[in-house]
Design a protein around this ligand. Structure first.
Ligand code: ADP
Ligand code: MG
Length: 403
């Protein structure tokens, strides 16, 4: 079987960080409210163990991150000062927000640091060189520190300067969050306790094809929901009304079904669905069997019968990975299927791993995040791991045994 990380990587526990200048690539890409405030600080909280570990050892902690998608220029609303303030509150110690991430002023601020001090560099993506993995930019960032730590799981699928460029210049190790994330996915993909189920949903098959193709040969049970269920139902010959069917993926879906049959993997589609006129609040809803979807309706959620069946099946599993909501959960009328799955996993006596931006949002919104074994902070990075592909930001870190 293809391994997820090819070799074991060093972590901050494998090296001497005492008193050193340590550049930590964190993932502070938090969602913001319309008024510019932090809407959810889960990612900031998730970075605390690494920061605390370093501070306790008198390291000089130089944090860096991107926030949102500035186009290589300064955008005032995306300055990281608001993250520094939140961090400072959470850590109960000062966190200095610098005005840039490279340059003479940053260098002198770093030179003035004492052991245990923390600074946060400015939004990396104010420089176009970050996304371009510009070598000179990476070298300048690396020049600030003696050790590089990647704790940004959520950015580790990106070959950006702060993720793959900087580690070329410094001893480079994983932070505690990165280690935990990679270990969670590696564990379920390589050594799952069985029965092992995957619940896959979300908008489209095309977003998840690699995940489906990788997971199908690893699980005992695959449950399909969300908008992508329409393409699966169409591939089995069902009418799907006005639902979006990805006609160019019907063959891929049929191949998945054949692989499942070959390997004795049970692949379940929703037996009933919630349909609506439109995927909008206030639209009239109806429960129909999957075989009787009206022409003028679209699938908005899995139905109560499907939710019962999925939950019953899941209750027998020892490991479940979930990516992709069962319905348009952002609209309350279409959230029930997603809520039912979340509740079933919260009550499961086994390992539950949640990945994907929307899926994580849903679980957090239902207040069930702390009842899961692992809720990933990374969307794209989690999908990359579930697809069985290596993460560039992990591959470049030093191997255990390397000097
Ligand atoms: P994740 O971010 O967890 O990987 P996706 O991005 O694949 O998940 O899918 C999330 C989106 O899928 C949500 O915005 C949700 O509204 C949408 N979705 C779920 N079910 C349906 C459906 N039946 N029709 C259209 N969109 C859906
Ligand atoms: Mg998404």
């Amino acid at each position: 079987m293809q391994s997820v990380i090819t070799r074991r990587k060093k972590t901050i526990r494998d090296i001497d960080v005492r008193g050193k200048r340590v550049l930590v690539r964190a993932d502070f890409n938090v969602p913001l409210n319309e008024d510019g405030a932090i809407a959810d600080d889960t990612r900031i909280r998730a970075s605390l163990p690494t920061i605390r570990y370093l501070c306790e050892r008198d390291a000089r902690v130089i944090l860096c991150s991107h926030l949102d998608r500035p186009k290589g220029v300064v955008e005032e609303r995306l300055r990281l000062a608001l993250v520094a303030n939140r961090l400072s509150l959470l850590l109960d110690r000062p966190v200095a927000a610098l005005q840039d991430c490279i340059g003479p002023e940053v260098e002198s601020a770093v030179a003035a640091m004492s052991g245990g001090d923390i600074v946060l560099l400015e939004n990396l993506r104010f420089h176009p060189e970050e996304k371009a993995d510009d070598p000179a930019f990476a070298e300048q960032l690396a020049g600030l520190a003696e050790i590089y730590v990647n704790d940004a799981f959520g950015a580790s699928h990106r070959a950006h300067a702060s993720v793959v460029g900087v580690p070329g210049h410094l001893p480079a190790v994983a932070g505690l969050l990165l280690e935990k994330e990679v270990e969670a996915f590696t564990h379920i993909l390589q050594r799952p306790e069985r029965p092992f189920a995957a619940v896959i949903g979300g908008a489209k098959v095309s977003d998840k094809l690699e995940v489906l193709e990788n997971i199908i040969s690893r699980v005992d049970l695959l449950l399909i929901g969300g908008g992508m269920a329409a393409t699966f139902l169409a591939a089995r010959g069902y009418g799907t009304g006005g639902s979006r069917v990805e006609t160019d993926r019907l063959d891929a879906v049929r191949t998945l079904e054949a692989t499942a049959a070959d390997r004795g993997v049970r692949l379940l589609l929703p037996r009933d669905v919630i349909v609506a006129e439109r995927l909008e609040p206030g639209s009239a809803v109806q429960v129909v069997p999957a075989a009787e979807i009206p022409e003028d309706r679209v699938i908005a959620d899995i139905g109560p019968g499907a939710a019962d069946e999925f939950c019953r099946e899941l209750s027998r599993c020892r490991t479940v990975v979930w990516n992709g909501p069962m319905g348009v959960f952002e609209v309350p009328e279409f959230a029930e299927g997603t809520r039912r799955i979340a509740a079933a996993l919260a009550n499961l006596d086994g390992t539950t791993v949640i990945g994907g931006g929307s899926t994580t949002d849903a679980v957090v919104r239902f207040g069930l995040a702390d009842r899961m074994t692992h809720v990933s902070t990374g969307g794209g990075a989690a999908l990359t791991m579930l697809a069985g592909r290596p993460l560039p930001g992990v591959e470049v870190l030093d191997d255990v045994g390397e000097v």
